[in-house]
Design a protein around this ligand. Structure first.
Ligand SMILES: Cc1ncc(COP(=O)(O)O)c(C=O)c1O
Length: 358
């Protein structure tokens, strides 16, 4: 079976972990500081604060923005649940809006109608590695005095109009979960251009302390360890090459697939293909099963819109979200694929699509 995702961990990561273990300093230390510095090069030099997951990055950024009970935050429903969970766990209310059907990212036209007197922020998600329409979103945020937190969990090194994701909003959250475009095992990064916000995130990740036992605010322990940062630093070095490989693999699939809708890229956008997501005709789950029979793994991200999950259980009408949840399949696009793997994927998709009754 060609896997839908495959973390690439090699000898360099193992050596880096071993060096940390031998140093005896395994909690947050010099590796975390170096990882933060080095990640800055991918987000236009903004300040980076490493944490223990992408969810923690979203959560701490929201807390540092002062968002809590009584506040509303506009989020797309077509995303991983973590985007909305972070809002709910911060005590605020996620307000779900629809996506643009081409990019699967939040549709800026749906934002203004969802704004109320309680709205404090917008969380655009750069879904699958395609940047959300940040210029329009930042204009809306400015007009209504809202904060913007980019959910860049799936979009390391993506950019729009030459500006990297993570360098548009007031803050951004990245994830280093193993299946992401780069990993630290588990981990996340808050990115911001605002020194006060950065300081608050640093406080919140470490019990509210900058100076030991001088706790300034009530915080959490969401620190990254040096073991994870050491893995992340090696992976960061591979990120540019792996991104090009994902883009080359996507270009191959764009040219080879028939009978399905391939993912378009907006002008000015650099898509990093965390997922290569197509829309298929007919019964999507039967399509997935038929691909598996042909040795092709795939994923469905996401079969249930977040507003419909039992957590939120909202009966609202988001037609593009519902349609995407019924139609999408993500195909293997990761850098470990060979040319033969890609040919197998394309042949399987084309054969299954050709067999779907019109
Ligand atoms: C869009 C999105 N937001 C947030 C997260 C949360 O990241 P993590 O799993 O590192 O907590 C993920 C990834 O899992 C994600 O895909």
């Amino acid at each position: 079976m060609i896997p839908a995702a495959q973390p690439l961990i090699g000898a360099e990561e193992r050596a880096a972990v071993d060096a940390v273990l031998q140093s005896g300093m395994i909690a947050q230390g010099p590796q975390v500081a170096a990882f933060e510095d080095e990640f800055g090069a991918f987000v236009a030099g903004r300040e980076c604060i490493a944490v223990n997951s992408g969810t923690s990055a979203l959560h701490l950024a929201l807390l540092a923005m002062g968002i809590g009970p009584g506040d509303e935050v506009i989020v797309p429903s077509f995303t991983f649940a973590a985007t909305a969970n972070a809002v709910a766990v911060a005590g605020a209310t996620p307000v779900f809006v629809d996506i643009a059907p081409d990019t699967f990212c939040i549709d800026p036209a749906t934002i203004a109608p969802a704004i109320t007197a309680r709205t404090r922020a917008i969380i655009p998600v750069h879904l699958y590695g395609h940047p959300a329409a940040m210029a329009q979103i930042m204009d809306i945020a400015q007009e209504y005095e809202l904060q913007v937190l980019e959910d860049a969990a799936q979009a390391h090194a993506a950019s729009l109009e030459g500006r990297p994701v993570g360098a548009w909003g007031d803050a951004a959250a990245f994830s280093f979960y193993p299946t992401k475009n780069m990993t630290s095992g588990e981990g996340g990064m808050v990115v911001t251009g605002d020194p006060e916000l950065a300081r608050m995130v640093r406080l919140l990740r470490n019990q509210g302390m900058e100076k030991r036992y001088h706790n300034e605010v009530a915080g959490l322990n969401n620190r990254m360890t040096d073991v994870h940062a050491a893995i992340g630093r090696v992976q960061l070095g591979q990120l540019p090459g792996w991104t090009r490989q994902r883009q080359d693999n996507a270009a191959f699939l764009d040219g080879a697939l028939q009978g399905v809708t391939t993912p378009p890229v907006r002008p000015g956008a650099e898509h990093v293909y965390h997922q290569y997501t197509i829309r298929v005709p007919g019964d999507r789950d039967a399509f997935v099963a038929a691909l598996a029979e042909r040795g092709v793994g795939s994923g469905v991200y996401y079969p249930v819109p977040v507003h419909r999950l039992p957590t939120f259980a909202l009966d609202i009408d988001l037609p593009h979200t519902e349609e995407a949840a019924r139609q999408v399949i993500s195909l293997p696009v990761h850098p470990a694929l060979s040319r033969a793997d890609l040919e197998t994927v394309a042949a399987a998709v084309n054969e299954v699509a050709a067999g779907v009754p019109a």
